[in-house]
Write a protein that binds this ligand. Sequence first.
Ligand code: TXA
Ligand code: MG
Length: 349
Amino acid sequence: METRVAIIKDLNKDIEKIQEAAKIIHNGGIVTFPTETVYGLGANALDEEAVKKIFVAKGRPQDNPLIVHVANKDITPLVKEVPEVARKLINKFWPGPLTIILKKKDLIPNITSANLDTIGIRMPNNDVALKLIELSKKPIAAPSANISGRPSPTDIERCIEDLNGRVDYILGGSKSEVGVESTIVDCTVNPPVVLRPGGITLEMLKEIDPEIEIDKAIIGKPKEDLKPKAPGMKYRHYAPKAKIKIIKGNKEKTIEKIQEIVENYIDIKKEVVILTTDELKNKFNKGKVISLGSEKNLEEIARNLFESLRTCDDLGADLILCQSFEEKGVGVAVMNRLNKAAGFDIIEV
Ligand code: TXA
Ligand code: MG
């Protein structure tokens, strides 16, 4: 398939390119586009044949439902009811990195919701994304724009790497500033439950409803027979080609353990990349080192996480050693993605 590529630098000057992409969505094609969390791969959410193309292009399992992206806060055409707490969350956090799960109306085809009677909806905080949705005149179903299982892309180059030749249009814009996918909150239950941690933190959600908690099933290593409420959470995910080990403990012991493992791997001629922070990056004298940012700035760590995992692959890593991060604020999302990318290979020191 021939893929057209365009980068939007100025929304007004480049409006024709967005119009072109919107027309493709309107006519049943698939388009990657920027959002503030990660890049998405979109199709008309109401068109079964179009949505099917997303699953094919990504190699995504059909039992993993898609998030529907909208350009305004009135979602009554798509869902059966909007409970008060959902209304409050929408008013507070949209546009932004928050997906709300609600009971879907029948116009949303089963392929989009993977046969669930609910649907995830969000309004992204990105001008290009909002304009694309508006001009296509359709709600856009979009998973992250990566080949299934790989780290989500946060810029256009990584979309091209994964999807060139597999989609109709690759629309680029600015880098994704959040860097991890949206927080998913199930509002079909009361109190609502967080099914995936993300850019909107538990602390922020509790300001709207103090009863909101994170679903226990997504904390820690999943059991074999786990049926998580967000089906996507059961798959190995966010993973580079290299194996990842997470080292968890105090700083001194973390540095010591990382150095010990690096020595062992270098002895057997393996390429090791250390993922660490600005504060620790100069403590290692063997192995390649990538800093995710300052340990004091978990937003920066989140923003750089997926891109750094992909850089590890570019560097030919056989093994990635990553320190752990404080599980507060967006750090909960960072550790959730890292644990999954590592397949829960965690060494406590
Ligand atoms: O930030 C984001 O949410 C990005 C950007 C592109 O908007 N999208 C994204 O989509 O992360 P995806 O497909 O990679 O992840 C969607 C997650 C999956 O874990 C899926 O199982 C869950 O949302 N999900 C979708 N619909 C659901 C539903 N009705 N009930 C429970 N979980 C749902
Ligand atoms: Mg994804």
